[in-house]
Design a protein around this ligand. Structure first.
Ligand code: AMP
Length: 394
């Protein structure tokens, strides 16, 4: 796969798929600039080479054209982050967009309107992709978060370009994921959490080949507890996977991988910050109560293992971390990952809730890499070829 480093953009117009799907408040202010900052090095490289950048992205999930999802809302914030005043055109294909690109000079940035105002984007429509391809001489994909989707702008458009490359974000994502997949320094510890076992089955199977320890926390841990004969009260459980998780435990044992479960759970009687709470040992949750976080003994155990590791990958919260009452386990795991990194470990934080936990605590710079893609990272680590990456190699 070629990357942006292989191309000199002098005199060229680069059509760049970025991930500017950023959160906006009620007044359409950008509330988190992480994704814009992530795309900056790629855009600046194009400009410094003497090229121009045409940026395309989706924002939210509009049904047709919906003003509240206009990328026009983010033009000023993007300009501020880049240090270059960006232009904007309120379409992403057609005569107006083509005219705006034609006027673009070296060193300039143009932002196109939301790709998902056209249903052809997610459908991967070939005609729409062809229209998009008229807006640049070189195609650059730097939207890792959507690289697992065969959408027009992320995959299909690539076939219309001679020159197509990955930007710095995609390159960094793959390099960092490979550091874990190809077996990092030992001990290698994977921390798995989140709601469902089913979302993480394939990655856990893959990690059995490279990890020494796999910590299982979060909602997914109760399926294991029940399969082992424990009482889980009203906690999350995937009953169709009870047999499978026991097989997984056997497989781990055969491969010499330690599967590590909570010792105790922090329970609530409601999915709310005002709930009554108690802590009980794993597998002893009374009816009417639900495991919403790991308990104090578990925090101690998990933290010790994490701090002694030389490679750490973390995907998924240890509890319902969006409710402060149930966020302690996730926060303490984040602190342990930070401490491991300070001790010289390589730490990779999967996207989604674990990335949010790290960033909210201000630890973004204290871990080795925070992935920008939740689903895309999982699929890559499961061993699937991401369509957006495959398209750059074709
Ligand atoms: P995932 O997207 O699979 O990483 O899961 C994240 C979601 O899992 C978050 O919305 C959490 O609220 C939820 N979650 C984690 N632990 C629990 C739990 N013990 N009970 C209910 N939901 C949980």
């Amino acid at each position: 796969m070629k990357t942006i480093k292989d191309i000199n953009f002098e005199g060229k117009k680069a059509l760049v798929r970025v991930d500017f799907n950023v959160p906006l408040d009620a007044d359409f202010n950008v509330t988190d600039i992480t994704r814009i900052k992530a795309a900056k090095p790629t855009i600046i490289k194009i400009l410094e080479d003497g090229g121009a950048a045409v940026l395309m992205s989706h924002l939210g999930r509009p049904k047709g054209v919906e003003a509240k999802f206009s990328l026009g809302h983010i033009v000023e914030k993007v300009s501020e982050v880049l240090g270059v005043q960006a232009k904007f055109v309120d379409s992403c294909v057609g005569a107006d967009a083509e005219a705006a690109v034609a006027e673009l000079k070296p060193g300039e940035v143009l932002i196109l309107e939301n790709l998902r105002f056209h249903k052809e984007e997610t459908a991967g429509d070939i005609e729409f992709s062809k229209q998009l391809s008229k807006l640049g001489d070189v195609y650059v994909n730097d939207a890792f978060g959507t690289a697992h989707r065969a959408h027009a702008s992320t995959t299909i458009v690539a076939q219309f370009f001679e020159e197509k490359v990955a930007g710095y974000v995609i390159e960094a994502e793959l390099v960092n994921a490979d550091k874990v997949l190809k077996g990092g320094d030992k001990p290698v510890t994977a921390i798995m959490g989140g709601a469902k076992v089913s979302d993480k089955i394939l990655i856990i199977e893959k990690l059995l080949d490279v990890a020494d320890n796999i910590i299982i926390g979060g909602g997914m841990s109760y399926t294991f507890a029940k399969a082992e004969g424990g009482q889980i009260g009203n906690s999350l459980c995937q009953n169709d996977l009870l047999e499978y998780v026991l097989e997984l435990e056997e497989k781990a044992k055969a491969k010499g991988v330690n599967l590590i479960f909570p010792i105790d759970n922090f329970l609530g009687d409601a999915f709310s910050n005002e709930a009554n709470t108690q802590t009980v040992l794993r597998g002893q949750i009374p009816d009417g109560w639900e495991g919403f976080d790991i308990g104090a003994q578990t925090i101690e155990l998990f933290s010790k293992i994490i701090k002694e590791s030389k490679t750490v990958i973390w995907n998924g919260p240890m509890g319902v971390s969006e409710i402060p009452l149930y966020a302690t386990g996730t926060i303490e795991v984040a602190k342990a990952v930070k401490a491991a990194t300070e001790n010289g470990a390589f730490s990779l934080i999967g996207g989604g809730d674990s990335a949010a936990a790290i960033n909210n605590l201000g630890f973004g710079d204290d871990v080795s890499y925070v992935s920008t893609g939740g689903g895309a990272l999982l699929e890559y680590m499961e061993g699937k070829e991401l369509p957006g990456i495959a398209a750059l190699k074709a």
